[in-house]
Design a protein around this ligand. Structure first.
Ligand code: AMP
Ligand code: MG
Length: 493
């Protein structure tokens, strides 16, 4: 690396500069035969890097962890976390490294992070590796979320390592390059509170404020305003998940960001038939992270964040507790405001009629009772607005129950006196046709693991425009065939 070439990325590593005590400097383990499987060209361009430079051997070496790019300062980040309710004081990046931060073409600071890059001091019993299937899964679901307009970390690339990973069977190995607004987690604060002193928590909070909630510095109580910012970001995020039927699957505090981006696509999946009790994760026996429990869990996680910040809120413990509790208890209202706004938009209704709540609840009860596909139903409703109810009715086993609801809904809609064409078009902009259907994801990943990337690329292409119905893509819009279920997803992949 002695020739004078332009560095791939213009790094500016504020985490390493400001947060000593919250990381271990580390290098990726070399891989034997790096091969680029997927590159997110749009994202590369956004990061100010030429996609061709990443495709070239030197670029692939960086994405595989075989070369450290100029300006990077790779570290394994330390964090703690409540996993399924039990506290682990020391988790951290067991198989991942933060390479550094770049300022993108929009002026936003973004983390570049390798996942599957070998054991680190935080690896505990793990092998530090990742397999092709789960890394491509993170790639495709993250891109689907992004296209749906939901804040998320994104994949820049997946590289096959040429090495094998021992899971239940031997699997082809991979390294994912992840891009995030930051990798600050609720668990990062928990680690600082458990291992450091108050100055470390304060340094971390100051770093997080500068990065994600800069307005908080002007507040009377900046740390409380910061906490409020995180509560708001998470209330909005989880509401958006709920509006598309997304189930994260492992909402441990180490998998919840301070930025409000969705992170860690492990056992996540989209619900098909509407049922609040839906769980896909094979290890979530109690349904702690079931679809309908997600808002409650988000608030629980935020309480854990508040605990780490209490001494910064106020020197008086009682005053700190009261302030924290007030903000925390605002979560349900913030959540319901986002969710209600989103649901009304899904139904073509505006925000000025508070009695819509009952209409929404009654529709969801109908979907639940008749096990109707959530995504298909909301998408079909725009046809009803245009006078064709058959598309929606066909989704119900007892369509007359839907008809009764539909009469009430149509009455409500007509009271708004808006142009049906405009209402239907607005609904189609928020009700996706295409989500990552579980059987389609599995089909694409199985083919990719066997060497055929075509179905994966096609799926990515379909999911890049989730709101635009395109002829020929009907199989991507349909729920899984009856023989497919019950679907199970796996963690620790
Ligand atoms: P996750 O379930 O992916 O959020 O990971 C939870 C914790 O386990 C994190 O500290 C990870 O870094 C760690 N971990 C997961 N898989 C591995 C692995 N194969 N090797 C080492 N650490 C791992
Ligand atoms: Mg995690």
């Amino acid at each position: 690396m002695s020739v004078a070439v332009r560095p791939l990325f213009a790094f500016d590593n504020s985490y390493v500069r400001e947060l000593e005590g919250l990381y271990a400097a580390w290098q990726a383990a070399p891989v034997s035969a790096a091969r680029l499987l997927a590159l997110n060209e749009e994202l590369a361009t956004e990061l100010g890097v030429d996609p061709e430079a990443l495709r070239a051997p030197d670029g692939v070496a960086v994405l595989a962890g075989n070369a450290t790019p100029e300006g990077a300062s790779p570290v394994a980040q330390a964090y703690a976390g409540h996993q399924f309710g039990g506290f682990s004081p020391r988790l951290g990046d067991g198989r991942a490294l933060l390479l550094g931060e770049v300022i993108d073409v929009h002026g936003r600071r973004r983390d570049l992070h390798l996942k599957g890059s070998g054991r680190t001091p935080f690896a505990r019993g793990g092998d530090g590796k990742a397999a092709v299937g789960p890394m491509l899964r993170e790639y495709v679901i993250g891109e689907a979320m992004h296209a749906l307009g939901i804040p998320t970390t994104r994949a820049l690339a997946v590289v096959a390592t040429g090495d094998h990973v021992a899971r239940e069977t031997m699997l082809p190995g991979a390294v994912l390059t992840r891009v995030a607004a930051s990798h600050l987690r609720v668990g990062t604060f928990q680690y600082a509170a458990a291992h450091g002193d108050l100055t470390l928590v304060r340094r971390l909070a100051d770093h997080a404020i500068a990065r994600h909630h800069p307005h908080a510095v002007e507040a009377e109580n900046p740390y409380l305003a910061f906490f409020e910012g995180v509560v708001d970001a998470q209330a909005s995020l989880v509401a958006r998940w709920m509006l598309v039927g997304f189930i994260h699957g492992v909402m441990n505090t180490d998998n919840m960001t301070i930025s409000g981006e969705t992170i860690d696509y492990g056992p996540c999946a989209f619900m098909d038939a509407f049922d609040p009790a839906t769980v896909f994760s094979s290890i979530d026996h109690g349904g702690r992270y079931a679809y309908g429990n997600q808002p409650h869990i988000a608030q629980w996680n935020l309480a854990r964040l508040a605990e780490t910040l209490l001494p910064l809120f106020d020197v008086e413990t009682d005053a700190a507790l009261t302030a924290a509790t007030d903000v925390l208890q605002s979560f349900p209202d913030r959540y319901h405001e986002c969710w209600g706004h989103g649901m009304r938009a899904k139904l073509g209704l505006t925000d000025d009629q508070p009695e819509d709540g009952e209409l929404i609840d009654d529709l969801l009860a109908l979907l639940h009772a008749q096990r109707v596909d959530f995504t298909s139903c909301f998408r079909a409703l725009s046809s009803s607005v245009l006078g064709d109810a058959a598309r929606t009715r066909s989704l119900f086993t007892e369509p007359w129950a839907f008809d009764a609801w539909s009469d009430r809904w149509r009455t409500e809609l007509s009271s708004h006196r808006r142009d049906p064409q405009a209402v239907a078009a607005a609904m189609d902009r928020v009700n996706p046709v295409y989500i990552p259907r579980n059987h389609k994801v599995e089909e694409a990943l199985a083919a990719a693991s066997a060497g055929d990337l075509q179905p994966f690329r096609r799926l990515l292409d379909v999911l890049a425009q989730p709101f635009v119905e395109r002829p020929g893509l009907e199989p991507y819009a349909a729920p899984a065939p009856p023989g497919f279920g019950p679907y199970r997803t796996f963690c620790g992949t």
